[in-house]
Design a protein around this ligand. Structure first.
Ligand SMILES: [Mg+2]
Length: 277
């Protein structure tokens, strides 16, 4: 999927749009609405075909329910050419959207256009967007801790290696994590948001020691340990899992190292965040 701004779409993608879509897009460009309203308005402007069914005659809606798109082939081709250019899934046979890729596309366009109310208000107060960063698998190389425990401990705690006493003090940073975290601190209001295992009290202490050792100044008093990450109020969460509330985070979940999400390593995360700072 492409990451574009409204300005870039108006400059480079006019050939894919109808005059009406261009006019609607310009209207969205002039608005200063909140994030979710702007996403909805943008979707209405760019992907109006997803509401075509509302104008169906009885015969049309029967066709659509049988998987036949009642619209003309020229129209369908034009719509799908546009959707392809934006990296959004094409319309399916019955002329309905097959997934939420257009919602996701619109969210990213609004985020990158940086013209929504919450962000403009934040900037007028000279504040920065809030970023939360997970530890295990994101800042911390969990495997490096496992590699350093004894065979007896591996056997005893099989399936629950995060409960090995002291294991978190043995872990090293992930490749590029320290440099990336420091960059985030300069450009965002950045915090560490991690979960420590409930049945391993030393992990709570070890995580504090780890942060003091590897990120002493930038993370001073910025460590949050929680099993309910969705309660943290911010703009971005960089996390490799959806567990402990990460999947319900209100804001953008940058799903670190998940296949197909495009955030394979810290380099990719920073390349994305650079456009949003
Ligand atoms: Mg993790």
């Amino acid at each position: 999927m492409k990451t574009l701004t409204i300005g870039k779409i108006l400059n480079d993608y006019q050939d894919y749009l109808s005059d009406y879509e261009i006019e609607q897009l310009r209207k969205v460009q002039r608005t200063r609405t909140d994030f979710s309203t702007q996403v909805r308005e943008l979707k209405g402007a760019l992907f109006g075909e997803e509401w075509d069914f509302m104008g169906d005659s009885i015969a049309d809606s029967k066709d659509r329910s049988r998987g036949i798109n009642p619209m003309s082939q020229t129209y369908i081709d034009q719509i799908n050419k546009k959707r392809k250019a934006f990296g959004v899934r094409p319309y399916y046979d019955g002329g309905t959207a097959s997934d939420i890729s257009s919602d996701y596309f619109c969210e990213e366009v609004v985020r990158h256009t940086k013209n929504y109310k919450e962000l403009l208000d934040l900037k007028s107060r000279k504040e920065k967007q809030i970023v939360f960063v997970d530890m295990d698998g994101v800042l911390v190389n969990f495997q490096s801790g496992i590699d350093r425990i004894s065979e007896e401990e591996k056997e005893k705690y099989e399936g629950n290696l995060d409960e090995v006493p002291g294991i978190f003090s043995l872990m090293e940073p992930n490749d590029g994590a320290i440099e990336a975290y420091k960059w985030l601190c300069k450009n965002f209001d950045t915090y560490i948001l991690s979960t420590a295992p409930w049945n391993n009290p030393s992990a709570w202490q070890d995580k504090l020691h780890w942060v003091k050792k590897y990120l002493p100044d930038v993370s001073h008093k910025r460590l949050i340990l929680s099993h309910n990450k969705h309660l943290a109020k911010g703009d971005f969460l960089i996390d490799d899992r959806t567990a402990n509330g990460a999947g319900k985070f209100i804001g953008k979940h940058i799903h670190f190292k998940e296949d197909g999400k495009g955030f394979d390593d810290w380099r990719a995360v920073i390349a994305y965040m650079k456009n949003l700072a």
